[in-house]
Design a protein around this ligand. Sequence first.
Ligand SMILES: Nc1ncnc2c1ncn2[C@@H]1O[C@H](COP(=O)(O)OP(=O)(O)O)[C@@H](O)[C@H]1O
Ligand SMILES: [Mg+2]
Length: 414
Amino acid sequence: MHRHLIGMLLGTEEDWPSAFETLMRRYVPKISYGGAEHHFDVERITIEPFDLRSVPRYSLVIDRLAHWYYVPREWLKKIALMDDVYLLNNPFTFQSMEKHSAYCAMMRLGLKIPDTWMIPYKQPPENPRFPYTAAKYNRPFKLEDIAEQVGYPLFMKPFDGGAWVGVTRIADHGELNRRYDESGERLMHLQSSVEDFEVFARSLSIGAETMVMNYDPDKPLHDRYQVDHDFLTPELGQEIIAISRLVNSFFRWEFNSCEMIVKDGEVCPIDYANACPDMSIISLHYYFPWAIKALAKWTLFCTVTGRKMPIDLDARRYFDIGDDDTLPYAEKLAAYATLADRHFDSSSYQEFCDAHLAEVDDAMVEYVESSGFDRLLVDTVRDAFPSHEHDAFIAHYRGLLGAWASDQSASGPG
Ligand SMILES: Nc1ncnc2c1ncn2[C@@H]1O[C@H](COP(=O)(O)OP(=O)(O)O)[C@@H](O)[C@H]1O
Ligand SMILES: [Mg+2]
């Protein structure tokens, strides 16, 4: 018998971790695989001093802290390098490859990234060597000239950003200079704005699965994801999935969201390095059960089959395709898709799901329809909204989750 302990490094979130724990503890079956029976448990990891030679008890860890908290980050690196614990996500590429690196890599691979410039700090780093270095080597520049080249309106945003912090849309020189002054010690990009677009799509990828959703960034947080199954042509839908899987397989990210803007039929990726993608029921609503289920399935697949987490990148194979000027864009995407399928082991994952996890689909519906799930929903709404809005939002979310459950029964398993 194999026991697999799944660890979670959590911050302030309560909703999806509880749902994940309940699904894994109460609903996920024991799995027979490779002549053995596999059992699972889930545990929230505490943060404490650790001996670098200590042996962790976890088979897999879902991390939501390392992007800002260095104690768990360093523990994750230790358990990846020394103990082969499977991590969502790989801390190495997520720390060294932020949004800026993702733009660079995807530009080289031929994706339609809006024109982007990096500009030096407004407020230089405090370092005694800076004044000498800057006097000798920093070239004076005119911010307005760069902005002219990028063209207005443009976005100024942190090179390693997240959660819209420090992101502004800028229309003219005056605003440009004000925003630059405000950026202080934060290193910024100027990026051409994709205006008057047809669709804003946001995808959430968990292991080999990707859900593409219609996203309205101008709405309040609870109303950004639209329940909409027909907002893209099948070709555009495939392209967005292919780009999401390319980004994730290239960087070895297995729990990530990507934002893409479709304009004049072209897909422009603008944000795709989200180490801690939004999983809350408040924003995902209808798509929340899919996300919990996908997280459970990928976790089960990785632990039961003994999948090894790749620590290093394999960039050259992608560059060989990207650098081939004879290949048109669509053929490049198709070639990347083959690499992504290989990285995610997509066909083995599908076979594993069909052979061993069919019950998880039914279990998720059963759980969503249970009183325990309803309590989670009610508690989450009470925490998230002011009291005079509780009744309306509870009804709203019950409606969306109920719609998901009945859509599953209507479409059969899957
Ligand atoms: N080039 C762009 N064109 C149009 N809208 C953009 C562009 N860049 C950013 N935005 C808008 O700003 C939001 C935040 O920018 P984003 O790059 O996603 O930063 P973050 O990593 O903080 O989420 C996006 O969701 C989008 O609405
Ligand atoms: Mg974003």
